[in-house]
Design a protein around this ligand. Structure first.
Ligand code: DX5
Ligand code: ZN
Length: 222
């Protein structure tokens, strides 16, 4: 089955002085999701931004807001992220105390539910929740910073997850995040990912050209 491929630029790498312009440029060049990285300085070493930034950019575009919560005990903030304009919320399996409950809470808000796995976290943590999920995010770097190098061992993990989902007959999106650029995007798509996050590979001196080049590479991959 050929699954829809989506590019999700991560605004973490944007120039925040020009955030609205940069978002508009990426979206008009063909990006269908905006990937929004929220970091709490506890689950990951760094702190990024939160609800006020998301609410203010909500007016700039109607594209899908793919909110990646790198925060400890995400249940505490699901209402607020839903209210500020998230279309999908992804929580880390390592950060949620009662993962099944968290997933149900996201779905009960009418949002797409995703679970992210750090590179060292096995797929087996999803065994009893996979059928409830819209998306699994395979971290292809350790979360916390943009601009890191893709971890090659993640290609096999993506492939194993796609095989598992196919065996169960699930219509699952597999998102990859970290180190995705022209030199790595083909291998993740061929392994079975279909939603590609790209931060530094998009928000650089040529946003339009970068989005177009990534989309072209995605289109050339079966
Ligand atoms: C890392 C974030 C990523 C990051 C990706 O913790 O989850 O979304 O923005 O950045 P690049 O594409 O530069 O590796
Ligand atoms: Zn992310």
């Amino acid at each position: 089955m050929s699954r829809k491929k989506i590019l999700a630029p991560s605004i973490l790498a944007a120039d925040f002085k020009h955030l609205e312009d940069q978002i508009r440029t990426a979206v008009s060049a063909g990006a269908e999701y905006l990937h929004i990285d929220v970091m709490d300085g506890v689950f990951v070493p760094s702190i990024s931004f939160g609800m006020p930034v998301i609410s203010s950019i909500r007016n700039a575009t109607d594209c899908f807001f793919d909110v990646h919560l790198m925060i400890q005990d995400p249940d505490r903030y699901l209402d607020e992220f839903a209210a500020c304009g998230a279309d999908g919320i992804t929580v880390h399996a390592e950060a949620a105390r009662h993962l099944h409950r968290t997933i149900q809470a996201i779905k009960n808000k009418g949002l797409k539910a995703g679970v992210a796995l750090n590179p060292s976290t096995p797929l087996s943590v999803l065994d009893y929740v996979l059928e409830d999920l819209d998306m699994v995010l395979i971290m292809t770097v350790n979360p916390g910073f943009g601009g890191q190098a893709y971890i090659p061992a993640m290609t096999g993990k993506i492939k194993a997850l796609r095989e598992k989902a196919d065996a169960l007959g699930l219509d699952l999106d597999i998102e990859v995040d970290g180190g995705i650029k022209l030199s790595t995007i083909r291998q993740v798509l061929e392994a079975g990912a279909n939603v590609c996050v790209a931060g530094s590979a998009v928000f650089n001196e040529d946003i339009k050209g970068s989005v177009e080049a990534l989309l072209q590479a995605m289109g050339e991959t079966l």
